[in-house]
Design a binder for this molecule. Structure first.
Ligand code: AMP
Length: 221
């Protein structure tokens, strides 16, 4: 099963992708998480990447394509994968097409999670992440057991630098200009599955699972 999830920043792509990956035993591939890990490593590349991410700008295409190409051949991708944060531009969609064609693979669906800007800003401003394991929380909708502390490893939670208001505005602009056109692109491919991202985490997950179980699980490829 090969899936893509996309939509505006902060709409809940990561949360949903990790649920779907766990439920169906497929790999969760998040370019954002991989880039943040590289930044945490403190390597020269990480320092360069920080300049893009903190400002809400897209990382260079070649670098992101390289991440995806290496990741798709890892064994955990054999049963399938859900791409979270890639493709983010029409150019990246063409790159993905070429990578899949090379392996004679097809996408099964692209889930488009949508929500209005006011919902997004509320979700992003309450988001907190663990700098150690990357787990994501929300002060209002998904708080940790102890305020400000990661349930998994006891680290102090932080706000992503790109979740600060200035970067959020930039990310929304980049989304509108670069990523939103993917809706039409995937609709033309017959792959677009629009999902109302304003509903609760469970309701959104149920809508995605219902589509997968109805149209994908048990199908030929
Ligand atoms: P995310 O965790 O998906 O919200 O991604 C966080 C940030 O990582 C984005 O704002 C970009 O700076 C960078 N990023 C993630 N995925 C991509 C991509 N496919 N292409 C370029 N930059 C990306």
């Amino acid at each position: 099963m090969r899936l893509v999830i996309f939509g505006p920043p902060g709409v809940g792509k990561g949360t949903q992708a990790s649920r779907i990956a766990e439920r169906f035993g497929i790999a969760h591939i998040s370019t954002g998480d991989t880039l943040r890990q590289t930044i945490r490593s403190g390597s020269p590349l990480g320092v360069e990447l920080r300049g893009y991410l903190d400002k809400g700008l897209l990382a260079p295409d070649s670098l992101v394509a390289d991440i995806i190409e290496r990741r798709l051949i890892e064994p955990d991708c054999r049963p399938g994968f859900i791409l979270d944060g890639f493709p983010r531009t029409i150019g990246q969609a063409h790159t993905l097409d070429a990578l899949l064609k090379k392996r004679r693979l097809l996408l099964d669906a692209t889930f488009f999670l949508d929500a209005d800007d006011d919902v997004i800003v509320r979700r992003i401003s309450g988001r907190r992440v663990c700098p150690h394991c990357g787990r994501s929380y929300h002060v209002e909708f998904a708080p940790p057991r102890v305020t400000g502390i990661c349930d998994a490893d006891g680290e102090d939670l932080e706000q992503r630098p790109d979740d600060q208001p200035g970067s959020v505005r930039k990310r929304l602009q980049v989304y509108t200009e670069e990523t939103a056109p993917l809706r039409e692109y995937f609709a033309n491919e017959g792959l677009l599955v629009p999902i109302d991202g304003t509903r609760s985490v469970d309701e959104v997950a149920n809508a995605i699972v219902a589509h997968i179980e109805r149209y994908i699980v048990g199908s030929a490829h």
